[in-house]
Design a protein around this ligand. Structure first.
Ligand code: SAM
Length: 292
């Protein structure tokens, strides 16, 4: 690796070798969504260069090396400069970019048909994670772990549970690759196979999942003074696509009434383009603190 000012360079072959032997590396792709959709390094995080300034809080900054890649190595160089100015470290510009990459490639924007976000955390979590009570967090129905991993990189001790063994395996692999330790469990939150232990977690997060009978378990699972962040689709979502089953869709202000006996720190009902894919979506999100 040749030293440069505030970042170093790494060849595609060396990056591939590190990934192949399981060394933790965050691969950040700063090309456009269209380029990424055509081909990308499996497991990489997409933040186009023009969005990087506003979205750099999504990049894990826990000391795990960040390898920045683009098509030929120019945009990634600008991205390294920008990230170094924001205190990210250690940083590597992948020389020659995807043009010279000889390792495996993936295509599409959807890593798994259940979970379409890769390792990009929810923007609602990025904006509000500092309101969580520090300590042990549970991510219910965590999918491939994008939010659990984000919190692990922010110093939380993280449990995650999901019914889909493939998603849990992907979460474990991504967490290992990114050097972000999480405890990822396969468990069904709806049939009693997995029950949230009483007063067990400082905070609980739930994204894009709704099973109304679980609300009590989530509220009881948090310690006094603990915090829940919950965001999922509202009934307006049927105008734009799935889910369509009303069992999986919130009524207007439903989250507010569920947490009416808690302190509501943030609440929003939102219709707008999903940041990750540009499609319209209708969601409601809440940050609520349990009385101490
Ligand atoms: C749309 S994904 C959301 C994943 C993650 N929360 C996120 O936002 O990236 C919904 C997740 O709920 C999980 N799920 C569905 N039913 C479940 C159950 N009964 N118990 C636990 N997880 C479940 C699915 O396997 C899937 O990973």
């Amino acid at each position: 690796m040749a030293p440069e000012k505030r970042f170093e360079t790494i060849s595609g072959d060396e990056l591939y070798r590190r990934l192949a032997v399981g060394k933790p590396v965050v691969v950040l792709d700063v090309r456009t969504r269209t380029e990424f959709e055509q081909r990308h390094i499996p497991g990489s995080l997409l933040i186009p260069l023009q969005d990087l300034e506003s979205r750099c809080s999504e990049v894990p900054n826990s000391g795990t090396p960040i390898a920045v890649v683009c098509e030929v190595g120019m945009r990634s160089k600008s991205a390294c400069t920008l990230l170094s100015e924001h205190g990210f470290h250690p940083l590597y510009n992948v020389t020659g970019g995807l043009k010279r990459w000889t390792g495996p490639l993936a295509s599409g924007l959807e890593p798994d048909k259940h979970c379409r976000h890769g390792i990009t955390p929810s923007s609602f979590l990025v904006e509000n994670y500092d309101l969580l009570r520090k300590g042990l967090v549970l991510d219910v129905a965590m999918g491939e772990g994008r939010n659990a991993i984000y919190l692990a990189t922010r110093g939380f001790d993280v449990d995650g549970v999901d019914v889909n063994p493939k998603a849990v395996a992907a979460a474990r692999a991504a967490a290992r690759r990114l050097g972000a330790p999480i405890r990822a469990l396969v468990g069904n939150c709806e049939d009693g196979t997995y029950e949230i232990p009483f007063s067990s977690h400082d905070s609980i997060i739930v994204f894009n999942y709704l099973h109304r009978p679980l609300f009590d378990g989530i509220k009881n699972g948090v310690v006094p003074g603990g915090v829940v962040i919950y965001q999922t689709f509202t009934k307006e979502q049927t105008r734009f696509g799935r889910p369509k089953n009303p069992d999986y869709l919130l009524d207007p202000a439903e989250l507010k009434s569920i947490f009416a006996d808690w302190e509501i720190l943030r609440y929003r009902e939102f219709i707008g383009p999903a940041r990750s894919r540009g499609e319209m979506r209708a969601v409601a999100g809440i940050v609520a603190r349990k009385p101490a």
